[in-house]
Design a protein around this ligand. Structure first.
Ligand code: PXP
Length: 246
């Protein structure tokens, strides 16, 4: 049996970052999402941050419409707050990925601490699940976090790969083993495994050496590459790198 194709979710937040630098409408992240889907992205990922530094509420509404029309999944990254839960329940995206959020951070710096915070996270997972939204938890590749993700009722875990991408040599190999062990545990517990953060053509291919990984979510590198080669080519190259590694 042929192995299932590993899905590529394209995160278009940084198109909005550039747009917001001038306060106008260009470049439009919804246009980027449309082009990404046409170029082979399996879904669109967008993070509506509490401070609205890139993606706005209007973007989420327009991205929901686009993904519904295209029949492709929208993955809404969101903090575990009442406000974001209300947004998610209004739009009912295909998936919601719960992430930690600190206003002063440049990007999502670590995984969500699920272990020890089950009482706060479980009701949000439950409410999303009841609305038909598939819930993913963005966590560090640790067995304790995987077990806690299962305990709060998530269907998916997305492992934070930022650490892996920053390390080199033996340290990188050790982090790879941590990712592999966490992925093995997640599948044993019935969770689907995704990975993301900091991935480029090489590290995305590395992640596919973990057979449990079903989806990668990639943003910053692809939007940066798009400056040089265009978004469609950057996505096609990523797709080719992933297909060659799978
Ligand atoms: N997955 C999650 C949960 C994220 O928060 C981010 C960053 O917004 C990504 C994937 C994509 O990371 P990057 O932009 O570094 O590719």
């Amino acid at each position: 049996m042929a192995a299932a194709r590993i899905r590529l979710g394209v995160n278009i937040d940084h198109v909005a970052t550039v747009r917001n630098a001038r306060g106008g409408a260009h470049p439009d992240p919804v246009r980027a999402a449309r082009e990404a889907l046409a170029a082979g992205a399996d879904g669109i990922t967008a993070h509506l941050r509490e401070d609205r530094r890139h993606i706005t509420d209007a973007d989420i509404a327009a991205l929901s419409d686009l993904c519904a029309e295209a029949g492709r999944p929208l993955n809404l990254e969101m903090a575990v707050t009442e406000e974001m839960l209300a947004v998610a329940l209004r739009h009912r995206p295909h998936a919601a990925c719960l992430v930690p959020e600190r206003r002063e951070e440049v990007t999502t710096e670590g995984g969500l601490a699920v272990a020890g915070h089950e009482a706060r996270i479980a009701p949000v997972v439950k409410a999303l699940d009841a609305a038909g939204v598939r819930v993913s938890l963005f966590i560090e590749p640790s067995l304790a976090q995987v077990d806690a993700a299962r305990a709060v009722g998530a269907q998916v875990v997305e492992f934070h790969t930022g650490r892996y991408c920053h390390l080199s040599g033996d340290d990188r190999l050790i982090e790879f083993e941590r990712l592999q062990a966490a992925a093995t545990r997640a599948v044993e517990l019935g969770l689907e495994v995704h990975a993301g953060h900091g991935l480029d053509y090489v590290t995305a291919a590395d992640m596919l050496a973990i057979p449990e990984v079903r989806e990668l979510n990639i943003g910053h590198f692809l939007i940066g590459e798009a400056v040089f080669v265009g978004l469609a080519t950057a996505i096609a190259r990523m797709r080719a790198a992933m297909d060659a590694a799978a």
